[in-house]
Structure formats: structure tokens, C-alpha cells
Design a protein around this ligand. Sequence first.
Ligand code: APR
Length: 178
Amino acid sequence: MERFSIIVGDITQSDADAIVNAANTTLLGGSGVDGAIHRAAGPELLAECRTLGGCETGKAKITSGYRLSAQYVIHTPGPIWQGGGYGEAALLASCYRSCLLLAAEKGLRTVDFPSISTGVYHYPLPQAATVALKAIMDFLDAHDLPERVRMVCHTEETALVYRQTWNLWYAGDKSNRM
Ligand code: APR
């Protein structure tokens, strides 16, 4: 099993132990992948989210997956892009790390991510991909769990940017890692 891969698909159809939701700080649902996950999981997801008291940007909280194939949903509010000078990169990296840490603590083996903040939150895709891949690869280098992480891109265009970024930084051996 490849430790990390980039695929095209609908994350609500994922059978990973956990899928990550690109949420907002209220955790009370929204549009984009947040809306899709809530629709697929059913109303019990919102009911559980209501008990969580929201979530800070860059942090993560875990719930059951309910009607989803995934057993869990890890909710993380990504940063809203404001031009890049307001700590967006650090907050985005923190989203990925927080989700992976929660998954590892829970002993989860497989985790699927959407491309956090690159939709409604307007984070430029090439920059978000660079931050995401570094955060994921650094975490996997230092931890045994999760055993498999996938970036589930909703479109081929998104996947192309992640693959180009992967090839730029991670193709070949480890010596050229950023
Ligand atoms: N599967 C996988 N990826 C998806 C899916 C899906 N079913 N639906 C959308 N996406 C992708 C988008 O194409 C984008 O690449 O998820 C990525 C993140 O986009 P958004 O869902 O808009 O999330 P984000 O940019 O982080 O904005 C979060 O939007 O939905 C609201 O409540 C949410 O306020 C929060 C904000």
C-alpha cells in the first residue's frame, strides 16, 4: 500500500477509516465539501457537531461518520486566503498536522483529505498544495500511523496541481526533500 497518493474522486464515497472535512469554525455545515459530507452523513452528523462548540482555524475535531462509509469525520477549519501575509500557510499546515495527529491518536490506519481552503476560502492551489504535501510528508516521516493518506481531489485540474507539486518536491530520493 502506498503511504501517500493523490486521487480524483468524491470524498463522501471514501471507505477510509476517516475523511477530513474542510469545515468552518462553527462546524455547523456549509457548502463545498462541507455540505457534501453533511448531506451524505445525514442529520446525526450535524447533531454531533452541535455538541462540539465549534473549532479554531488550524485545529481539528473528530466525529462519527454515520451514513458515510468512513467510520469517522475529522473536521478542520482552514484559513481564509487574505493575500498570504496573515499566517495562512502556517494555519493550513496546522490543519493537516492536527488531523493526522488526531487520526494517529485514535489508531486510525487510513485518512483521506480534500484540498483544504482551495475552494470557498480561495487559497491559491499551487501554494496550498506545497503546504499540504510538506505537512503530510513531514508527519508521515515521523509517525507510523496513519499507514495510508490520500489527497482526494474533486477534479482532474486540482489533481494535476498536486501531482506537479509532488513531482517538484518529492519525486526521486529523499535527499532532495524540501
Ligand atoms: N470530494 C472531494 N473534494 C471536494 C468535494 C467532494 N465531494 N466537494 C468539493 N471538494 C473540493 C473543492 O473542489 C476544493 O478543491 O474541496 C476543496 C475545498 O473547497 P471547499 O469545500 O470550498 O472548502 P474551503 O475552500 O476550505 O472553504 C471552506 O466553505 O463549505 C464551506 O463551511 C465551509 O465555510 C467553509 C468553507
